[in-house]
Structure formats: C-alpha cells, structure tokens
Design a protein around this ligand. Structure first.
Ligand SMILES: [Zn+2]
Length: 284
C-alpha cells in the first residue's frame, strides 16, 4: 500500500502504556467467559458488555510517537489509514448531502475502558457506538500476521476500515436498529442479525478501498489479496475450527470466511452504498 506521503489523522488518541482497571466488574462469569471466547476481531463489546458502566476515560491526543518519543511506524501507518477513511467517507457523505463526523481511534495496550465497557486486547479491535471510537491494540497486527497468517499492510488497513465501517453504520442509524431488533430476537436470530451487520462492515471497508484507490492510487499489487486473506482468516468458521475443532453456523456472529471475502469484494467492485445491503438480501 502506498501510504507514506498520506495525511496523518488528528483523531488518534494514544493510550498505550496507560493502565486501565475495570471500573466495575459487571455481568459476572457470563460476561467474562464471553469476553474470553470473543477472540474474533471486531466483536462489538456493547453487545457483550451492555450493562457495564461508562468509565472515566483517560485521554491524550497528539501525533503518534513511541514511548520514547521517537517516531512510531505502526502508529504512523494507522493514522494515515484513518485519515484516508476520513477523506473517503467525507466525500461519500457529501455526495448524499450529509456531513461525516469522523470517529476517534484509540490505541491501547493490554486493556482499555470504553463507553461500551472494559475491554481486553484478546477481544481484538472493536468499535464502540456509545462513544463513537474505534479501539485497537496494535499487537493485534502481530496476531494477524503470525496466528492468522494474514500479513501485509493492506490487511491491517482493512481491519481498521472494517471498524470505521461500523462507525458509518452508527451514523446511518443501522447499529441502533440492529441492537433494538436483537432485544426481541432469539439467540440464533440475534446472531444472524450480527452476521449481517458485520458483513456490511466488510462491504463498507471495500467501498473505502475502492474510493481511496481511485482518488489517491493507494493500492499496490497484492494488496487486495492481503485484505482478502485477512477477511477469510477471521471468518467464524475458520476461527471456530481453530479454537474448538468444529463449526456451529448458528453461533456465527461475523460470517464465514467465504461470506466475508464476498462482501468485501462487492464493496470494492462497486464503491456504492447500495451494494452493501446485507439486510435486504435473502442469502448472504
Ligand atoms: Zn465488526
């Protein structure tokens, strides 16, 4: 991915090296087990930690630098990708006569307090609709490379673009609708809704890649394959097979590897929001 000359976002909050403690351990064992099981990236913890209180968030802003004040390539890269999603979605929203309010990106290490509750790195990157922030422990990218065999800078960009996709869903009012529908749904129905929401975020990540490349020619040979490898590696079927040795489709919350790849590609090919109507199609 050609990113070095890109604009850096001013919406990065660097909370690495800060210690967070859960303000309150809510939900008991069930919550803890869910959080531990939630190795999937992109789990929206508001579904898991709905009862956890809003903690006093520590904040620090400024350009991403390492703990020693030296330049920090990983944080620098993610800041450029975030800025690119800002430019892309600002333009798409403007076409529809809307103003895009960019999300903040919180970098953390180990664990973090969000408005959706206390979260640990093991949960993977996530987006919290309540504070409109995406959260990433950059060590996830080592996991992506080593554990999920999905290396490459564009794989990393896709992960952030997926979280920003959740922010777009939030701005469009979709997250709230799905959350409300889930309250009256059975567990299997709720999971099916979650899959549609997640696949849509993958499709929105594809829309970002489509426009970013058209306006700024960011893609290099192999980049799309990197994103597809990541989307596929973190499909529910792959993760379940890896962690428990078998696959239970009713419990999918993000979609299968094949579905994640298909929806990312749809967004990438068309660049249009209409291509991402995962709620309007019968079969995913
Ligand atoms: Zn997600």
């Amino acid at each position: 991915m050609r990113w070095e000359g890109g604009r850096r976002s001013s919406n990065v909050e660097d909370r690495r090296g800060m210690t967070s403690r859960p303000a309150f351990v809510g939900g008991g064992l069930g919550t803890i087990v869910l959080v531990l099981v939630a190795l999937y990236f992109g789990v929206d913890p508001s579904f898991l930690l709905q009862n956890a209180p809003v903690g006093g968030a520590q904040q620090e802003s400024g350009p991403p630098l390492g703990a020693d004040g030296q330049p920090d390539p990983a944080a620098d890269f993610i800041s450029v990708v975030l800025a690119d999603t800002e430019d892309t979605w600002t333009a798409i929203f403007a076409e529809g006569g809307q103003r895009y309010r960019a999300p903040n990106l919180v970098l953390f290490s180990g664990n973090v307090q969000s408005a959706c509750g206390f979260a640990q790195s093991a949960m993977g990157p996530f987006y919290c609709p309540a504070d409109q922030k995406a959260y990433i422990d950059l060590s996830f990218y080592q996991d992506l490379r080593d554990r999920f065999q999905a290396p490459g800078d564009f794989a990393q960009a896709y992960v952030l673009a997926h979280e920003v996709g959740h922010h777009v869903q939030n701005l469009l009012g979709l997250s709230a609708k799905v959350q409300q529908a889930r309250r009256q749904a059975s567990e299997a129905e709720g999971n099916a809704l979650s899959v549609r929401l997640e696949l849509q975020a993958d499709c929105l990540a594809g829309i970002w890649a489509h426009h970013a490349d058209r306006s700024r020619q960011i893609l290099e040979t192999g980049d799309i394959d990197e994103a597809l490898a990541a989307a596929s590696a973190i499909g529910d079927d792959r993760l379940q097979q890896q962690s428990q040795g078998y696959v239970t489709p009713d419990s999918f919350t993000h979609g299968s590897a094949e579905q994640r790849v298909r929806w990312f590609k749809r967004g990438l090919a068309s660049g249009q929001l209409e291509a991402c109507d995962t709620f309007g199609v019968e079969s995913l």
